[in-house]
Design a binder for this molecule. Structure first.
Ligand SMILES: *Cc1c(COP(=O)(O)O)cnc(C)c1O
Length: 457
């Protein structure tokens, strides 16, 4: 990959920097963007990505042409769509990797966050902050089984970190069983559990004691429990996504999660369910664990938890486990986690999910979507290997990586955003907001139908 990088030679005066800042702040303030401004924004964005963010992105983003004559720069969003700086609208079926469950800038979430912002943005870190307490109570109400205590984070990887630390502290053990094709985040701890060799290799060794077994293979899981116990390295916890997201939307075999729960109980190990992507209504239930009738000891949340407005995450654990942090609540902390804006966003998000029955809607619309896609794919078995999904978490698996890439590029030209999954690039994900209109679903199915014959198989 050849990348042009400009040397940082010409020093900029402070006045120039201040003028630049003023121009940017003015753009943020403006309701409408003019043609000239849009051109300026595009040029600045591409150049600054090249010189100051990471030029590698310009090679990867399918939205940027080779000579950067054309580059799609996003500017605004609403409902199930976002709009680029030139006013072209896209149906968002990537959903920011699954963060827009209640839609883009859901008015109720935006209202709660702006109302809170008028009063207080971040917390004192010393007095008791009310929204944290109330959100924790709401989570205890809506999460499965006896999950009761919450620790709040800013992202999915932080939720997984917290869960791993809690499991270690509770059990005084360090063996963690994860699965192949899993994705749990990219900070050093969560990366230890993530499966893809390419992401892990430069950072090895990661935290010790993490074993990966094939997802869905209960015999291998049992053998790993047995042998870990035999060698005196008893299992602290199993960490699983109920449905693997980045692995390519992989559903567990019948009975798998229940069997894993039983193994955990037999060996006195904890079950951590990473519902960072499957949670908040995505799969047709508020949490995917409910689909399989399994109660974890710890659940990890993030992505859609902040309603697509604020970064927010949480781990919720049962009392038996969370008690480990009662004596010294400073064993694991974060300055921003659980801040008032994030809590306001999460509370409003849960309100929207419940009031508008979005989990149920995800189940219905998901089935309609899946059926429509399958009907089209049946005519093109040479290209499409499988279409699978649960609720509005849908994967289209092609026979080859290149076809997947070509497909997402072709859909992009038609104003529909889809993208591959991080661990499995043959599989394209469809994860729109749960509020997506049926006519938008029809538009996507029609585009799928129109584009498939044009792909080289
Ligand atoms: C995205 C994801 C993460 C990581 O979340 P970040 O907010 O990107 O750190 C962890 N687990 C699962 C299942 C995810 O899909």
């Amino acid at each position: 990959m050849s990348i042009n990088v400009e040397n940082k030679t010409n020093q900029v005066s402070q006045t120039e920097t201040q003028d630049y800042i003023k121009k940017v702040l003015q753009l943020i303030e403006q309701k409408e963007i003019s043609k000239e401004d849009a051109q300026w924004v595009t040029k600045e964005t591409v150049e600054n990505f090249r010189n100051h963010v990471n030029p590698g992105f310009l090679e990867y983003r399918k939205t940027v042409t080779k000579d950067t004559q054309f580059a799609a720069v996003e500017w605004s969003d609403q409902d199930s769509c976002f709009t680029d700086v030139n006013g072209k609208k896209y149906i968002d079926c990537l959903g920011g990797f699954g963060i827009y469950n209640v839609g883009h800038r859901n008015p109720k979430v935006v209202k709660a966050v702006t109302d809170q912002l008028q009063r207080q943005a971040l917390h004192s870190q010393d007095l008791l902050d009310p929204l944290r307490a109330m959100l924790a109570k709401i989570l205890a109400d809506i999460t499965p089984g006896d999950l009761k205590y919450s620790f709040f984070t800013n992202s999915g990887t932080e939720s997984v970190e917290a869960a791993l630390k809690l499991a270690k502290m509770y059990s005084d053990r360090y063996t963690i069983i994860s699965t192949t094709k899993s994705f749990h985040g990219k900070s050093l701890g969560s990366l230890s559990a993530t499966a893809k060799g390419m992401f892990r290799k430069p950072f090895l060794p990661l935290i010790p004691g993490v074993r990966h077994v094939p997802f869905g293979d209960i015999d291998m899981m049992r053998k790993t429990f047995e042998s870990s116990a035999l060698v005196g390295e008893e299992v602290a916890a199993v960490l699983l996504e109920p449905i693997q997201g980045e692995g390519g939307v992989i559903l567990p075999p019948q009975g798998y999660l229940k069997q894993v729960r039983e193994l955990c109980d037999e060996y006195d190990a904890l079950l951590i369910l990473d519902e960072v992507q499957t949670g908040m209504g995505r799969t047709g239930k508020m949490f995917a664990s409910e689909l399989y009738d399994v109660v974890p000891d710890i659940i990890c949340l993030a992505k859609a938890f902040g309603g697509g407005v604020m970064p927010a995450g949480a781990v919720v654990a049962n009392e038996k486990v969370f008690k480990s942090w009662f004596e010294n609540p400073f064993m694991h902390t974060t300055t921003f986690g659980g801040n008032p804006l994030a809590c306001a966003a999460a509370i409003a998000t849960i309100d929207v999910l419940l009031e508008e029955k979005l989990p149920e809607r995800a189940a219905e619309v998901g089935e309609y979507f899946l059926n429509g896609l399958r009907e089209v794919a049946n005519e093109h078995k040479d290209k499409v290997l499988e279409i699978r999904g649960q609720g509005l978490m849908i994967g289209i698996e092609f026979h080859k990586d290149e076809v997947g890439y070509e497909f997402s590029k072709a859909l992009f030209d038609k104003g529909i955003l889809v993208a591959g999954t991080l661990i499995n690039s043959k599989t394209i994900r469809i994860e729109p907001s749960l509020t997506i209109h049926l006519d938008e679903v029809d538009t996507v199915i029609k585009a799928f139908k129109d584009v498939l014959p044009t792909l080289k198989s």
